[in-house]
Design a protein around this ligand. Structure first.
Ligand code: TYM
Length: 334
């Protein structure tokens, strides 16, 4: 609780090009929830280096991502938008929590299994302990709620297990966080292989809509989206391609899947895909325009980066000091 408000924490990696999945599964819900909670939105640059990054590119992408949070409608005066690497308490708490997390737990994480298969030449210890850093992110801010897409649920469950374990030994130190999963858009699938998650790292550029794609590209990708030969617009597991397009359209327009089915009853896939493309453009165009405007206002963005790192550091260090004391680290001499 901060000033009588519950706390919300979430973050995104600045690796690769952000997709419509990141937006509909996470960022969009952040904007909906931000009035209700005291919010911390982090650009998790420390998570990014579990796979090799080009330094200049990482720096640029991190800033782009921070501006995107603001462009999406998060007021940086009200929401604490900051870089993870500017608050050293993240790494410090992660070390401590490493000592309360089991190898067996970490080796069960599906994202670790997937990523180590993909980067077989660089299975580093950071990739393995990555979920502990994520737990530290969340627990540092005593977050009550963590809005994420479905793919992060396993990491969130682990966070709760670590927090409960720690509380079991030392008393009520951490708030146990709850995941917030949006009703639609929590798992946006690939446009080319709709049984697979839409992902930044997909090699097929037609599989993902990137947040910075121009409008023609978005329309083209929607038109090329894989469907089926059933020729009916139904929200059903048997039609994963159509179901995914309904999810996208629902999330972009606010209509329920049942309303979408009714709207397109008897219509063809061509018309439907066109409408899906237009709905995506109507969401991403203003986002891109606002991002471009912010990119020109260096002084304003710099000020936000500075102020919010201080604010995040204040709350994070409060928790860290409490943890250090509970564990038995010697007190600081003032
Ligand atoms: P990341 O950067 O992979 O993804 C950011 C957010 O986007 C969601 N997401 C999706 N949602 C729906 N459909 C998709 N296809 C899709 N792809 C991604 C993710 O679920 C996530 O919410 N480890 C996290 C970042 C992180 C974090 C945290 C999140 C670090 N610390 C603390 C919450 C709290 C990650 O790599 O997300």
């Amino acid at each position: 609780m901060i000033d009588g408000k519950k706390t919300l924490f979430s973050g995104m990696q600045a690796t690769g090009n952000l997709t419509l999945g990141n937006y509909l599964g996470a960022l969009k819900n952040w904007v909906t929830l931000n009035e209700e909670y005291e919010c911390f939105f982090c650009v998790v640059d420390e998570h990014s280096i579990t796979v090799r990054q080009n330094p200049a590119e990482l720096r640029k992408r991190s800033r782009d991502l921070l501006m995107l949070y603001i462009a999406a409608g998060l007021d940086p005066e009200k929401n604490c938008i900051y870089y993870q690497s500017h608050v050293s308490a993240h790494a410090e708490l992660a070390w401590i929590l490493n000592c309360y997390t089991y190898m067996g737990e970490l080796s069960r994480m599906t994202q670790f299994k997937d990523k180590s298969a993909k980067h077989a030449d660089n299975i580093n210890a950071g990739l393995f302990t990555y979920p502990v850093l994520m737990a530290a992110d969340i627990l540092l801010f005593q977050a009550d709620v963590v809005p994420v897409g479905i793919d992060q649920m396993q990491h969130l469950e682990l966070t709760r297990d670590i927090a409960n374990r720690f509380n079991g030994v030392y008393g009520d130190v951490f708030t146990i966080p709850e995941a917030y999963i949006g009703k639609v858009g929590a798992k946006i699938m690939s446009l080319q292989e709709p049984t697979k998650k839409m992902s930044k790292s997909d090699e097929n550029a037609n599989a993902s809509i990137y947040l910075m794609d121009d409008m023609d590209t978005i329309m083209r990708k929607c038109k090329r989206a894989v469907t089926d030969s059933l020729a009916q617009i139904r929200y059903s597991e048997e039609q994963p391609g159509v179901k995914n397009l309904i999810d996208i359209y629902s999330a972009c327009t606010g209509k329920t899947p049942a309303e979408v089915e009714r709207e397109f009853d008897g219509k063809g896939y061509g018309d439907f895909k066109l409408a899906v493309g237009e709905s995506v453009c109507s969401v991403l165009k203003p986002l891109q325009e606002e991002h471009a405007r912010l990119a020109k206002d260096k002084a304003y963005v710099d000020q936000i980066i500075k102020n919010n790192a201080e604010k995040a550091g204040y709350y994070a260090n409060k928790t860290l000091r409490k943890v250090q004391k509970k564990i038995g680290f010697p007190e600081r001499v003032r």
